[in-house]
Each structure stands twice: as C-alpha cells, then as structure tokens.
Write a protein that binds this ligand. Structure first.
Ligand code: GUN
Ligand code: FE
Length: 453
C-alpha cells in the first residue's frame, strides 16, 4: 500500500451550484492518487480508519493564508490558438476566423512548430491550475497526436479533439468528408494506443457552419459507436447563427440534434443567443454549455446569461476559449464571468433596450456569486464533461486533482482572513503565482510541496 498523505488546513470545494463547503481546520487524505478522507476532524477519521497506520502518514500543514481547493476545469480551449493569444481582438467572429485563426491553425502541419506550441500551452494551463482541459486541436491528425502526447507526458487530464471542417472554410484549411471521418477514426485508434487513463478522444466538429449535414451525421455515428465525448460551438455570434439557420433550415441546436450530436457527453461552447426552445432541447438531451466570457466580450459576441441556462436545468462549465479568450487562466475566466453577470444585472435594472444585452432578460435577475462562479470553474466543468465521478471536488473516492493556493505569495494580507475571504481575495486579485502546487490524480505537476511523489 502506498503511503497516505494528509493535507491539513483550510480546505474548500463545492457540492453543487449553490452548495459551497469549507473546513477551516480540515483535512484531505490521499492514497494512490485518490481521496480517502475529507472533513473537519482528522483525529476522529484516523481512529476510525484502522487500515491507516498513523506512523506511515505524511502530513502537509498549510499555512494561515493558504488553502487547498479542487483543480480548475477548462471546458473549452483551442490549443493551437495559443500561438496567437492576445492578437486580433478587434474583429467579430467570422472575420477573426478568416483573418487570424484559420491561417494560424493551418501551420500545424509543421510538427516542429506544433510541438513547440503544444508543449507551451499544456505547461501554461497547468501553471494556471487547469487540471482538466477540453482541447480543440486542428484538422491535422499528426499534430493533434502531438498535443495528446504532451498532455500525457505533463500529466494533465484532457479531452482532445481532431477538428473537423469540410465546407465554408478557406482552400488552405479544409478537408473532404472522407478525410474528416477517416482522420477522426484514426485519431481515436491512435489515442487508444497511448493507453492513458487521463487523456481521451473527443469528437470535434468545428461548428455547424463548417461541416456539411453528411459530415455532422457521420461524426454523430462515430460518437455513438464508441460512446465518445463531443464538443463544438453553438449560438455564439448573430451573423453565424443567421448562416446556420439558412443552411440547415432549422435552429442551431436543431442542426446538431438532427445529426445525433446532442448527447449527455456533449459540451457546446458559448450559447450566447440560444432561444428558449433550444435551451429546452439541450436540457432534454443532457447537453452542457461552456460559458466563455472573455471570448464573448473580445469578439463582441454578446452577454451570455448563465443564470438563465442554470435555471432551465442546463449544466454549465467555464472555458477560456483561447484565443478568442485572451488568457489561458480559468481564474481569469471566472472573474470575467462575474463581470458579465454584473453587466447583465445593470442592463436589466436600468432597462436598457436594444443594447445587445442579455437575451430575454429576467425580471428578478440574481448576480452570480463568487462561490457559484467557483463551482462553474471546478465541479460545473467536471459535470459538463461527465467526469464528475472522477474529479471536480473532494468527494471520497475521486482522484486528487487539487491546487494549493497562497494568497500571501506577493504581499501578506494586512489582516487575518476568513475562509470565504481567502477565496474571494484569490478570485479578485490572484493569478498563477498564487497557485503554488498543482496535482492531477495525486501526481504533482507544479510546485514545491513534494507529497505525493
Ligand atoms: N467558432 C468556430 N470556430 C471557432 C473558434 O476557433 N473560436 C471561437 N470562439 N468560435 C469558433
Ligand atoms: Fe472556441
């Protein structure tokens, strides 16, 4: 039996959107990368667990301004776009894709370039505390496998998709239906050979606009045959939606549903402008939305009303959507989600008309709290990706995917802080420097604290 490691000090996590739980002098016990105990009373737990020999337990005592929390989940990120992060932020979606993004993604046929960028993006996301990421790669199979190998090598939990697009794309970055389908099948087979419990393939039609009906259906069939995750974009930008409706003669959600692409294992990024009946359909299918507030702002897409989705019973996670989003940090996405929610509230309360504000504004709108936003960044994302039986919070039996956060790393706070204040301060003032250790399935992938080894 491997040694037991116990983290003692402030522990915090969520159990649902509205259930935040914290232990001021708590503990999390870890063995073989899994959580075997959590709570307030370590001594009591130890005496009840006769199989744990106290002499073999290694203890890590967190300090006054540190806390332990679950790792972050980035439910939507384009790994190749890390090469252009922070650039081209002044145009709307379709111009941005054509001018900046497609030319950048086409470069990944160069495997040396791909390795350099993919190595950096996995390093950067881990540094920012992303223990689970759902990555879009590019149309190119060979370099998509390079991304998968990097995630395995660096120990990140990841869903990875070879992007599929066979129409309405530039000549230099488009596939035939056959290439999309065969490439996807080969990718699944090659990824299986890596035999990693952490890295899984995900079916990735880029968006309805760049895939024919035939391709969407074939991808739906592959997902069903292998019981795979699916990821794509939905209802992000008004021009995009207009084209999708024209081409498919149905709603945006309907276009995916006809192809069998709305399942419990599907995440759709954005969902800014969804109609009520589309939300009802997503809910019925068990499909989740990944909220990407930074990207929605940068590309002038609109304000996504997360409360409306959650009220309708749709699971929501958070995404950076690099490089529509300008930061690889989910902490950054979290604080932008809070900003967007406040803006919606202000628009609603000031009754601003025709402002492009929230779709169907709610009368009694309630702003997202920082604890609810923290849920979206952790358990919400894990649920959206149907990996919440493994990760997302500190329930006993889950893998130890965790962060040690130190809010005193840059400057010692000028007074003592409650548990809630530690989290609030981290959310509003923190960055990757405050994340001093990162663990995935018990393996340390960043930081100083050396247990578990
Ligand atoms: N829709 C289709 N492709 C993309 C992309 O790369 N980024 C975003 N934000 N939206 C998309
Ligand atoms: Fe995206």
């Amino acid at each position: 039996m491997a040694a037991v490691v116990v983290y003692r000090g402030t522990i915090l996590h969520t159990k649902s959107f509205d259930e935040f739980e914290s232990f001021e002098q708590g503990f999390v016990a870890v063995q073989d990368g899994k959580i075997i105990g959590v709570g307030n009373d370590y001594d009591n737990w130890l005496s009840a667990n006769k199989s744990v020999d106290p002499k073999t337990v290694k203890q890590v005592q967190l300090s006054e301004f540190q806390f332990l929390c679950p790792g972050f989940c980035d439910g939507h990120i384009h790994a190749p776009q890390y090469a252009q992060i922070g650039l081209g932020m002044s145009v709307p979606l379709l111009d941005w894709l054509n001018t900046y993004t497609f030319p950048t993604e086409a470069k990944y046929v160069d495997q040396k370039f791909a390795l350099q960028i993919y190595k950096s993006v996995v390093e950067a996301t881990l540094r920012c505390g992303t223990t689970l990421a759902s990555y879009f790669a590019t149309n190119d199979l060979a370099s998509t496998l390079i991304l998968a190998r990097e995630a395995v090598r660096q120990g990140q939990r990841a869903l990875i998709g070879k992007v599929c697009s066979n129409c309405n794309s530039p000549d230099f970055y488009v596939e035939t239906t056959e290439q999309s389908v065969e490439g996807t099948k080969n990718f699944i087979a090659e990824l299986r050979k890596l035999n990693s419990p952490l890295v899984l393939p995900t079916i990735t039609p880029r968006f309805a606009l760049s895939c024919s009906k035939e391709l969407l259906s074939k991808l739906g069939d592959i997902a069903k045959e292998h019981d795979l995750h699916i990821q794509s974009h939905i209802s992000e930008n008004l021009d995009e939606i207009k084209f999708v409706k024209e081409i498919f003669s149905t709603s945006y959600a309907g276009a995916y549903d006809e192809a069998g692409l709305l399942t419990k294992k599907t995440v759709m990024a954005h969902g800014v402008h969804l109609e009520d009946d589309e939300i009802a359909l997503l809910r019925e299918r068990g499909t989740s939305i990944i909220h990407c507030p930074a990207s929605n702002t940068n590309l002038n897409s609109g304000l996504c009303d997360v409360q409306r989705l959650i009220k309708a019973g749709v699971t929501v996670g958070l995404g950076t959507d690099v490089s529509g989003g300008n930061s690889v940090s989910i902490l950054h996405a979290l604080s932008r989600a809070l900003d967007v929610s406040k803006h919606i509230d202000v628009f609603n309360s000031q009754d601003i008309r025709g402002s492009g504000a929230a779709k169907n504004p709610q009368k009694n709108y309630k702003q997202l709290s920082y604890k609810q936003a923290f849920y979206l960044a952790t358990l919400g994302g894990a649920k959206a990706l149907t990996l919440d039986h493994i990760t997302g919070n500190f329930a006993v039996g889950k893998d130890f995917d965790a962060l040690v956060v130190d809010v005193s790393i840059l400057e010692k706070p000028h007074r003592s802080l409650t548990v809630d204040e530690l989290l609030e301060k981290f959310i509003y003032t923190g960055d990757d420097r405050n994340i001093t250790s990162v663990f995935v399935a018990g393996r340390k992938v960043k930081g100083q604290i050396c247990y578990p080894e």
